[in-house]
Design a protein around this ligand. Structure first.
Ligand code: KG4
Ligand code: ZN
Length: 358
């Protein structure tokens, strides 16, 4: 018998994503985003995001079904992001998923969106939309997960992605993407700043300016072995820029971004490799919007490679929020035989990483 057909629905923030998978095979993945509306505000406006989900959901679902040549009645199970995320966005997606489950009589699984950022690396995707396909095989059962986005920077020991995730560490203040967005604002890049700071950093000299690494003091090194802190670094960058501005000197944006990016990525990669060595895991899986960062992708491969550890990072288009990540973790949960979520579940805006299913 073939594996179940799972519909995945993502609506935690500004992306409405719908995807369909069968086992590890991604049949279709469609995303609508309201990000373009936020450039003029310099940040996401939750009410606009909720309304955009409401408007995009049916067209996105219809497009996904049509492109995959699948009818709603062919779907075996529905997975929807139950958290963490914005309450309005989650409520729209979860209500839509509940209505679909009710209308079709199919089981509904409210899954953790952040776990989806890791699960997506195990999919096999054909060449869709002319973009590169992916298939590095299934994920190993046990691995170190590094989830980095605008809202999260987590290190986790995954023993079984459907039910056994131990959080080893997290950021004590800003997430990696958030720190990049703030430095972008400081240097007057468009919103969100992350990709712009990454681009400027590539043109700069990483060694020209050395910014401090968070939690590097000896008292913090053991207590916060797997934690991150980026707010002191962000302040150091702000002071550096302010001093130059006060002196009327030019701002070397490329070198500042390169030095800043190096400090963030040095911490992320050193701690991820350390966690793999400490736990005896031979694989690190990286996910989340910040895993699009070019220096992160390069440095983690270098450092893990030197330690004999393999690295799995999804292609760029699967790093930012998408339906495929929800369908991917949904398919795993269904395959593991876990019980569906209660039909009246409420989204959890602060769903912890260790909780895979609501
Ligand atoms: O996972 P995501 O799409 O949304 C959540 O935060 O859940 O991540 C978006 C974050 C933003 O902060 C964005 O600036 C950052 O990822 N980002 C990047 C890059 N691409 C996206 N940060 C640094 N370098 C990039 N290339
Ligand atoms: Zn995300």
């Amino acid at each position: 018998m073939s594996e179940p057909l799972v519909l995945g629905i993502e609506s935690t923030c500004d992306e409405t994503g719908v995807a369909i998978v069968r086992g590890r095979e991604l049949l279709v993945d469609v995303t609508a985003t309201s990000m373009d509306e936020y450039a003029r505000y310099g940040g996401i406006i939750p009410e606009i995001a909720s309304r955009a989900h409401l408007e995009s959901f049916v067209p996105t679902l219809s497009a996904a079904l049509e492109r995959a040549g699948v009818r709603l009645t062919d779907i075996d199970a529905i997975a929807v992001a139950a958290g963490p995320g914005l309450v309005g966005s989650l409520t729209v997606g979860d209500s839509a998923a509940k209505a679909l489950a009710y209308a079709t009589g199919k089981p509904l699984y409210g899954v953790n969106h952040v776990v989806g950022h890791l699960a997506v690396a195990g999919l096999a995707a054909e060449q869709l939309d002319g973009k590169p396909g992916m298939d590095d095989g299934p994920l190993p059962k046990e691995f170190i997960g590094l989830v980095v986005s605008g809202g999260h920077s987590h290190l986790a020991h995954v023993r079984d992605i459907t039910r056994d995730i131990e959080v080893l560490g997290a950021t004590l203040d800003d997430a990696a993407g958030e720190a990049f967005d703030k430095v972008g604002r400081l240097l007057d890049t468009p919103y969100p700043g992350g990709p712009h700071v990454d681009r400027l950093a590539r043109a700069g000299n990483r060694k020209a300016i050395r910014f401090p690494r968070g939690l590097a003091a000896s008292k913090d090194r053991n207590r916060h072995r797997y934690d991150f802190s980026f707010s002191g670094l962000k302040t150091a960058v702000a002071r550096y820029v302010e001093a130059l501005r006060a002196a009327g000197e030019p701002i070397p944006r490329e070198d500042i971004c390169a030095g800043f990016s190096e400090a963030v990525n040095d911490s992320l990669t050193a701690k991820a490799v350390q966690a793999a060595l400490d736990t005896g895991c031979d694989t690190i899986v990286v996910g989340g919007g910040f895993s699009a960062n070019s220096r992160l992708r390069e440095l983690i491969r270098d450092r893990a490679g030197s330690a004999g550890i393999s690295v799995r990072i999804p292609p760029l288009r699967f790093c930012t929020d998408n339906g495929a990540q929800i369908a991917a973790i949904g398919a795993q949960v269904v395959a593991a035989g876990l019980d569906p979520s209660p039909v009246d579940f409420s989204p959890n805006t602060a769903m912890p990483l260790a909780q895979v299913l609501i």
